[in-house]
Unconditional design. Structure first.
Ligand code: PFF
Length: 450
């Protein structure tokens, strides 16, 4: 097991690592993205493929990514350089770190804009703007937000400042304490929303939509989206979880910890879907409404609930927090690398990355209004950034991680690191990492791109 230390600090316990990794994993991907891509890709069959991707590819690759991080104890770029050297492999394996840092940066740019929507909704909710609102009015409010570059830019700026503020101070101060309290509250609120959905007319239709497997609706593109999302939701393939692994205490079992994180992450996504789709059907909305799905549906539910203003406000506060703890992990790999490489303070490194990602974020801001007709490969700048990172860079990163950890690092070292107590299970994991996961990723990528 790795005994060397990290210059960036450590999680004080296994529990704090679980919290931080869950904070990274649970975010807009679960609450905003999962429901809307499920809606766009036809429901049940997509959910099934997504769950398979989590189990067969996501969990094994996540165990590998955290292990590599803890072996290297540096930013993903330097970790990969060091591990390649130690394993007598080509220094080019550092590409995993580079590609990841780039993907993290690109995702941060649009993630901040969407998180800005949640901030804006928090204020609207608290103002009581959604009380007794109809589906049409809800759509109009959302449309007005997207139509205003100024509004979007203001909230994007606020969110980016919040994110960079925490990254600059290091992860131990502040965030750990906040997440410890906020994650459980998020679960409770999702339960309340689920309870509301349960009592609505659309419940059985919603459940049917999510869990009846109509494979005729499954296309190669939707399989690619499911795989990409498995990576996105678990924060895999770009080094975020590798960076967090680098700060993990040496004597904790990585495998067990990863399974807990993946389970919590999946539970939040499924609960968000079960809360949203019944409301969609009860109000005659379209499940394939796209990125606005969450923002157009849940306010209707809160508007009808007693004390909906309080619950609604709290809900969007929590979505913002979930996004916050994820955004921090998007910036961490590249900020940690700048600190190591140029010996500058975290403040400076975080400010440089924050400012650049903010500027790039404007492309996403404009994708919803003045640039909505600017298209490349039939995609707006936002769609393109999302597609390139989630559906291509993350699976590619995951593929390289699986191959490197499975084939290049010595098996004894891996065995020592991952903490899978049963030899049979370890062999199963290694087999998945060496053959199953890479082949599945290659098949999906090749099919999807052709
Ligand atoms: N997992 C986050 C979510 O589901 O919202 C997004 C994310 C964070 C993706 C960190 C990738 C990452 F490295």
């Amino acid at each position: 097991m790795s005994e060397n230390t990290s210059m960036h600090g450590f999680w004080k316990s296994r529990w704090l690592f679980i919290l931080a990794a869950t904070g990274s994993a649970v975010g807009l991907g679960n609450i905003w993205k999962f429901p809307y891509i499920t809606g766009e890709n036809g429901g049940g069959a997509f959910v099934l493929v997504y769950l398979l991707c989590i189990c067969i590819i996501g969990i094994p690759v996540m165990i590998a990514e955290v292990s590599l991080g803890r072996m290297g104890r540096q930013s993903p770029i330097n970790t990969m350089k060091a591990l390649a050297k130690r394993s007598n492999a080509s220094p080019n394996w550092a590409i995993i770190g580079w590609m990841g840092a780039l993907a993290g940066f690109l995702i941060l740019s649009f993630y901040s804009v969407i998180a800005g929507w949640a901030l804006s909704y928090t204020v609207d909710m608290a103002n009581g703007d959604f009380v007794k609102i109809s589906a049409e009015e809800s759509g109009n409010i959302f449309g007005a937000l997207l139509g205003s570059p100024t509004q979007l830019t203001i909230w994007h700026t606020v969110f980016m400042l919040l994110t960079i503020g925490i990254v600059a101070r290091g992860v131990n101060a502040g965030l750990e304490n906040a997440i410890k309290f906020l994650m459980p509250v998020l679960f409770i609120l999702l339960f309340i929303l689920f309870g509301y959905a349960l009592s609505s007319d659309g419940f059985s239709q919603g459940v049917n939509f999510m869990f009846s497997f109509d494979f005729s609706k499954l296309t190669t593109e939707s399989i690619m989206v499911a795989l990409g999302h498995a990576f996105f939701t678990l924060s895999l393939g770009l080094g975020a979880i590798m960076a967090y692994g680098a700060y993990m205490p040496a004597n904790t079992s990585i495998a067990k910890t990863v399974v807990i994180v993946a389970f919590l992450d999946t539970a939040v996504a499924i609960m968000a879907g079960l809360a949203i789709f019944p409301i969609v059907f009860a109000n005659g909305l379209e499940p394939s409404a796209g990125p606005g799905l969450l923002f157009q549906t849940l306010p209707i539910a809160f508007g009808q609930m007693s004390a909906g203003v309080i619950f609604g406000t709290l809900f969007f506060v929590l979505v913002s927090f979930a996004a916050w703890s994820s955004a921090i992990s998007l910036a961490e790999p590249i900020v940690a690398w700048i600190v190591e490489r140029f010996q500058v303070s975290r403040y400076k490194a975080a400010a440089i990355i924050g400012l650049s990602a903010w500027v790039l974020g404007l492309a996403t801001v404009f994708s919803f209004n003045i640039w909505s007709d600017v298209k490349l490969f039939d995609k707006t700048p936002f769609d393109l950034l999302d597609f390139l990172t989630t559906n291509i860079l993350l699976p590619l990163g995951g593929l390289c991680i699986a191959i490197f950890a499975g084939w290049k690092v010595s098996t004894t070292k891996m065995m020592d690191e991952v903490g899978i107590d049963y030899p049979v299970l370890f062999k199963l994991w290694l087999f998945t990492l060496r053959f199953l996961a890479p082949l599945a990723i290659i098949a999906v990528l090749v099919n999807g791109l052709i």
